[in-house]
Design a protein around this ligand. Structure first.
Ligand code: URA
Length: 432
């Protein structure tokens, strides 16, 4: 511990939040900085995080907490580009591969997409894990390499370097083990500090809600969306948000290589209707937020230009867009027990099953299986016959099937009536 005179004592700041007082800007700046420097101990920050979770933060405090996290590291700058920058962030869900077709699509329509992405933890997948299923593709780029890929291809998807919002890296790891991930001020500031530090000038947030999302309650998802849009606006980033459905999986695949394959189908002008619809919707929002009057995204998916940008983006990061994707060594088919109409499909159960097959990790640093995951053969609204395949499960390790199949218990209901209830794809749109 440093013996330099510090302007505050952590215990006083913890007590202030415990007693429901607002923290001052100076207190916030100091505690975030002092924690990043190692002056404030983990147990003190844990207590403060729990007090924030229980007692909340006002809009001013959230904005200043976000700024303090941005100021803990570098802020990237893309002003040398001759295109406007625009990015998308999704809060994550089951089968959410939208970033893969979306980034090259927006590039094909005239935008520059500098996307710093993460890896999956738990039942939701991570964009980097998905792209790493492509032989040769590299997630770690220096800032110079990132700029080169962006200049040459219009889109780059890579891992955030250690210099970007280091306070968030430390705080997120602590939140993970202290049951304080779920606080809206902490989630909003965590996501937005990284997106603002990334230097994008416009941002579209896809806030998922439903069983497979980490904000399952639509009201809470909308509150998170509003909080993040306000933070973006305060930082001068043109930000808007869509609250979208994650009650059922997105598309027909969950798992790394399986989702790359589905994304390539979308880029080739095909693919499942929900993935295509959300990709086009988000692309239009991104272009509009950035003020780009370029090609219509629906056209760019059909005329091959989005696919050209994908191939260039993958190749520029060492990947071979023509290489066969990894296939898991073993598979097992789960069949419909009765004939009828598929009424429900629980995204969370499908996500947990794909995770147990090896598509996701249960602790940081664990390796994932590129070929593991689930193919979905029927979605809510589809008619199935008894004995017809519902899912194909893929894994390299057959011993994983038992627990993966157990996770699917009750995941699907099949009934006689053709009227089904599912969330609309977009529940709410929030703009500045
Ligand atoms: N994703 C983040 O980056 N931060 C959070 O707090 C939650 C999800």
């Amino acid at each position: 511990m440093s013996s330099a005179v510090e302007p505050f004592a952590a215990v006083e700041i913890i007590a202030a939040k415990r007693d429901r007082h607002e923290l001052s800007e100076a207190q916030i700046n100091w505690i975030v900085d002092a924690y990043t420097r190692g002056v404030v101990a983990d147990e003190q920050m844990s207590a403060l995080l729990m007090a924030i979770l229980l007692n909340g933060m006002g809009a001013r405090e959230i904005s200043q907490w976000t700024n303090a996290m941005i100021n803990s590291g570098e802020r990237m700058n893309w002003s040398m580009l001759d295109r406007k920058t625009v990015d998308k962030h999704s809060t994550g869900g089951v089968g959410d591969k939208i970033t893969l077709p979306l980034a090259p699509l927006v590039a094909a329509c005239g935008g520059a997409v500098p996307q710093l992405s993460g890896r999956g933890l738990g039942h939701t997948g991570g964009t980097l894990d998905k792209l790493e299923a492509i032989p040769g593709w590299r997630a770690s780029l220096s800032n110079e390499e990132m700029l080169k890929v962006l200049q040459e291809t219009g889109a780059v998807i890579c891992a955030a370097g250690a210099g970007l919002a280091p306070a968030d890296k430390k705080l997120y790891a602590l939140r993970d083990v202290t049951a304080t991930v779920e606080a809206i001020p902490l989630i909003a500031s965590s996501i937005m500090s990284k997106k603002i530090a990334e230097g994008t000038s416009a941002l579209v947030l896809d806030v998922k809600t439903g069983s497979g999302a980490f904000m399952s309650d639509p009201k809470k998802a909308a509150e998170l969306a509003r909080t993040m849009v306000a933070l973006g606006k305060a930082a001068g980033v043109k930000t808007r948000a869509l609250v979208t459905a994650m009650d059922i999986p997105l598309g027909l695949t969950a798992g790394n290589a399986l989702e790359v394959r589905e994304s390539v189908e979308v880029l080739a002008g095909g693919g499942p209707a929900d993935v295509v619809e959300l990709t086009i919707l988000l692309a239009r929002e991104m272009l509009d937020a950035a003020g780009i009057a370029g090609k219509d995204p629906a056209v760019a998916l059909k005329d091959g230009s989005a696919m050209d940008h994908w191939r260039r983006m993958i190749s520029a990061q060492g990947g071979d867009p023509d290489a066969p994707l990894p296939v898991a060594r073993e598979n097992q088919i789960i069949k419909a027990e009765r004939s009828g109409v598929v009424h429900t499909m629980d995204a969370l159960k499908v996500g947990i099953s794909a995770w147990r097959l090896g598509a996701g990790r249960s602790k940081q640093g664990e390796k994932v299986q590129a070929g593991a995951g689930i193919e979905i053969h029927a979605k809510p609204g589809d008619t199935v016959q008894a004995g017809a395949p519902l899912f194909t499960l893929h894994t390299d390790e057959g011993a994983r099937f038992e627990r993966a199949i157990a996770a699917l218990d009750g995941a699907v209901t099949i009934g006689d009536s053709s009227s089904i209830s599912k969330m609309p794809l977009v529940l709410e749109r929030i703009s500045e």
